[in-house]
Design a binder for this molecule. Sequence first.
Ligand code: AMP
Length: 302
Amino acid sequence: MSLLVVGSVAFDAVETPHGKVDRMIGGAATYFSVAASFFTHVNLVGVVGEDFTASEEAIFKGRRIDIAGLERAQGKSFFWAGRYGIDPNDRVTLATELNVFATFRPKLPDKFRKPSHVFLANIDPTLQHSVLEQLSSRPKVVALDTMNYWIEGTPAELRKILKRTDVLMVNDAEARMLSNEHNLLRAARHIFSLGPRTLIIKRGEHGALMVDSKGVFSVPALLLEEVHDPTGAGDSFGGGFMGYLASASSLTDAVLRRAMVYGSVMGSFAVERFGLERLRHLTRREINARARHFAKMTQFKL
Ligand code: AMP
């Protein structure tokens, strides 16, 4: 089993009611791979600029993350700035500077071409497609994240990649926008007709929903005393979900449900500190303890 991710490796500037950081390592593929590496080996494909030094690269060291697919290009790394209000779901993007990402064409090292699981993080659907084109065999699971920018801006390209997607991970607004349906069950049905057989709706502090042919499975978010920085929660969820799936030997409903819980566990840790600070110091023991906490939190008898 091996897990391939393609997505942004970035510098972020983040402002929340708990503080402000002008520059720290971020990016969807960074959060995803650090979270997933607690469960399985991860192969990362992305691009950084000359400003990405050994001290930033250290986040990947000592983990099961192979960065042979992390290209170094001339120029500056992708930069994103955002601000959150008291409601952690309420995010304003202040800046998106593509920099080296603007001309990025993913090139998969040969050893990355036969993954069992693939996560196409939120990037241009054309680039997501080019990654699948470079694979030499069909993966067991292809999961995809996208956003309003691509849903509105490149609908034809997005539809093309959705046909090859098994699991779509989006938030509720994106599911509604993609399907033109307000009701989430109707939205799911529409999305299934586009290709995916599983829809995961990330709802921030309201948890996450999984919809597939078997029905709906819902995981609440953990009530935390302090959410310092919601950035990366969605990608850490993706990392926990896909990392667990790749570590499991089958793809049953029970496995998918546990993956939802491990996704929620990783998302809950990510938001406790700024940037990757909490994930950086996390242990497998803490992950297991929090998964048990989720089980206890949702248990009831009839
Ligand atoms: P999340 O909070 O999980 O949705 O993702 C936050 C991460 O996504 C940040 O670390 C950003 O660097 C990265 N990001 C934000 N906008 C984009 C974009 N348009 N394309 C790729 N990555 C992005």
